[in-house]
Design a protein around this ligand. Sequence first.
Ligand code: SF4
Length: 381
Amino acid sequence: MCRAFSQPPQPLTPEERNSAIESIDRREFMSFCAKIAATIGLAPSFIPQVAEAVEGAARKPSVIWLHFQECTADSEAFLSLSYPSVEELVLNILSVDYHETIMAANGFQAEEALKKAMADNKGKYLVVCEGAIPTGTPPGPGGAKGAYCAIGGKTALDLATEVIKDSAAVVCVGTCASYGGVQAQRPNPTGAKSVGDALGIPTINIPGCPHNPVNLVGTIVNYLLLGSLPKTDRYGRPLFAYGKRVHDHCLRRAHFDAGQFVEKFGDDGAKQRWCLYKVGCKGPQTYNNCPTVEYNDSTSWPVKAGHGCVGCSEPDFWDTMQPFYERLPNIKVPGVEASADKVGLTLVGAALAGAGAHAVYTFANRGKFDETQKKEEGGHE
Ligand code: SF4
């Protein structure tokens, strides 16, 4: 309501206040949908359809979210989403039928909920995995394979095998489920593996430590809107999120190109927000959309906050990206750009080589979840 400037400000009526709050929420929701559309590579004209897919979600896939060896940061990241809120995601957009951290049920009731979700949605449910799966056998008498992590008396290995068997697709959130993560770091005493390696199956991977929930929602919206899971690189990462290096769209890139580097944390270069390459940034070797999507509702991300990228979305990053506070080896500075780009281009080539093979990430049951895939594979309606 427009009020004349000459009048003293009047308090809003409860109706006006509610209407204002709703309109702000709607604006923010639409801006979130714009972000999702941009993230998955759709033109702005698709924003209303994205909103419809997120709000309407007539198909409402059943989701079973499993926890293995992890720190629950991926659930934390998921729970921190504002738009859509976790309630909308869990209750309206998806049907999250089992999630150990947030479900009210526990013990036998929780196990019953899992069994029911599997039986009611056989061949159609989506499994979201968080954490690595241990495949080693603890020493001592009675040690069973994989017994380092057990839920409800079953090893993570057995539980994952049982639940994934009748699913439509598996999405791994976080680097542990995607590639083993910190748990699989040398010497890896528990024999931790990624879900894909432990079970010998293809998975869609949304790595990161933690993953960015915007990319999980983007993957789900891709399915709701386009009827298919997104194309991936050879590491199972959706190309819409992991098709470019952090370095390619970093906010400090101009300083890299100009040869302006932070030499030591806290120096003048750091205060000027110069490039963090010399203090260990692994952005030139890392594929992720952190610079454009950011974390915590687009508040910030490590490089924006002044810390170099540690390459957490790359396979085996904990072993291969160390030391975190030293620059990439064998790369000259400056003239840096050519060398760093060369490193990245090798990886770009590898990623593109895998791009056309996204169908590999379809496993036996995916056709039940993904009607488009059925048509592609069968060639018939
Ligand atoms: S090296 Fe790191 S901080 Fe520098 S431009 Fe590349 S990604 Fe950004």
